[in-house]
Ligand binder design. Structure first.
Ligand SMILES: C[S@@+](CC[C@H](N)C(=O)[O-])C[C@H]1O[C@@H](n2cnc3c(N)ncnc32)[C@H](O)[C@@H]1O
Length: 215
């Protein structure tokens, strides 16, 4: 179901998340060695394209064929080399010890926390020594948390089954950090912000962001 939702979001010619990379990736990717990078849940590829421009050998994965195709065409137009894969991150095999950088930006909301925990373990195994994970999730401070608590079936703490059949997970204080606690933490923050991206009217989000290094 989430796939259908994102296919619809990405169907227009406009870029739903905009053309610019996320601030988190822009600010921290430079700490990673230029080598293989993996962007999980890349959407229309705003971060993948930025990383390819920065000379990383990028693989971008998303379940939305529409998003993946949009990214592929944009990369082609820009003359950038970028491998795109249409797959579910819960099935995608992350090669071990391959990547100097893995990005998981606003992805873990769409799978249960147990699944996110498994993907996080695979990410850690996929990083080379010295490699970085850049990740973000939405937190319990997100206004939707209270709404989901009232209306949805809570499959596990913070992971909700919506009426649409989609999973939505929101994360507790420091929970994202706990997924990567075997890595050296370089940056972690939680904050609330007012989102004004092109795809939807302005709205609040509670966010957690993390950058950590495999040592
Ligand atoms: C909020 S968007 C973020 C997109 C991109 N990371 C960015 O920041 O522009 C979340 C993305 O995760 C993808 N996604 C959700 N669940 C997924 C899954 N199980 N496997 C692969 N991609 C998934 C969606 O299709 C969507 O493109």
């Amino acid at each position: 179901m989430t796939k259908v939702t994102f296919d619809q979001k990405y169907a227009s010619n406009k870029l739903y998340w905009g053309a610019k990379p996320s601030n988190l990736v822009k600010n921290f990717a430079k700490l990673a060695k230029i080598d293989h990078a993996l962007d999980l849940g890349m959407g229309e590829g705003r971060d993948s394209i930025y990383l390819a421009k920065e000379q990383f050998k990028v693989t971008g994965v998303d379940q939305s064929e529409v998003g993946v195709e949009k990214c592929r065409k944009r990369a082609e137009k820009l003359g950038l080399k970028l491998k795109t894969v249409t797959d579910d991150v819960r099935h995608f095999k992350i090669a071990k010890n391959k990547y100097s950088l893995i990005v998981s930006s606003s992805l873990f909301q769409y799978i249960t926390k147990s699944e996110a925990h498994q993907v996080a373990s695979d990410i850690i195994a996929g990083l080379k020594k010295g490699g970085l994970i850049i990740a973000s999730v939405f937190t319990y401070d997100d206004p939707r948390y209270k709404e989901f608590k009232k209306k949805c079936n809570e499959l596990e703490p913070g992971s909700f089954l919506q009426v649409s059949g989609d999973i939505y997970s929101l994360y507790d204080c420091r929970e994202l950090m706990s997924f990567f606690d075997s890595l050296r933490l370089l940056y972690y923050t939680e904050y609330d912000y007012y989102e004004t991206h092109a795809g939807k009217g302005a709205h609040w989000h509670g966010v957690a962001e993390l950058v950590a290094k495999k040592v």
